[in-house]
Design a protein around this ligand. Structure first.
Ligand code: GLN
Length: 200
């Protein structure tokens, strides 16, 4: 994978999220949407390991989409990348999906002081930080988009802020999803969530 300062460097936690999705969905013909794809690492890992799946991915950043496309070509993996601003209420994910996956920005501005120099100086702040007064804005937008474009019984898998796991689960529950699981990462921190859309 190629990365530049326009995208996040893939993290081990995100690899765990991808492994979880692969283990639960082997051999299925699925349409998958990766929201905020950045380097494309989630979308491309899923497309490679779930060969029957059709993977699409969006990002707000044209520069990130360029990197993601480059990574698809370099690794000879097929995925469809296009630009969408998720926070635009009229945003359209262009289709229906069985799975939505996302590692959205979730680090609160006030948590910046705990972050390492290399993260603060070499990664895009737009991909990391959220305002303290509305830290779950991306999860709200993901849940709302899922209500428009997930199939019945479709799932959302997300990486989450370990200090906001219950609040993040509530975002999905209050939008009619069923919380299926909150999972811990290798460091024992609640880091991944799966929610299912049982309604039509
Ligand atoms: N876990 C990442 C970090 O601590 C943040 C990733 C994200 O905001 N989605 O650098």
């Amino acid at each position: 994978m190629k990365v530049t300062p326009d995208v996040l460097i893939p993290r081990p936690e995100t690899e765990e999220l991808v492994n979880w999705i692969i283990s639960e969905n082997k051999g299925k013909e699925l349409r998958i949407m990766d929201i905020g794809t950045g380097s494309g690492c989630i979308a491309l890992a899923l497309a490679k390991n779930l060969p029957l799946a059709k993977v699409s991915a969006i990002d707000i950043s044209e520069k990130a989409l360029k990197i993601a496309n480059m990574n698809a070509v370099r690794n000879n993996i097929e995925a469809d990348f296009f630009r969408v601003d998720l926070l635009d209420p009229s945003s359209d994910l262009k289709g229906e999906y069985d799975i939505i996956v996302s590692n959205p920005p979730y680090v609160r501005d006030s948590e910046k002081r705990f972050m390492q120099y290399n993260v603060l100086h070499y990664e895009p702040h737009r991909a990391l930080f959220v305002p303290d007064d509305n830290p779950l804005l991306f999860y709200k937008a993901i849940a709302d988009s899922g209500n428009r474009s997930l199939m019945k019984n479709g799932c959302i898998y997300c990486e989450i802020n370990e200090t906001l796991s219950d609040e993040t689960a509530s975002v999905f529950q209050s939008r009619k999803y069923t919380l299926m699981a909150l999972r811990k990462d290798i460091n024992g921190k609640p880091r991944m969530l799966k929610a299912v859309k049982n309604h039509g």
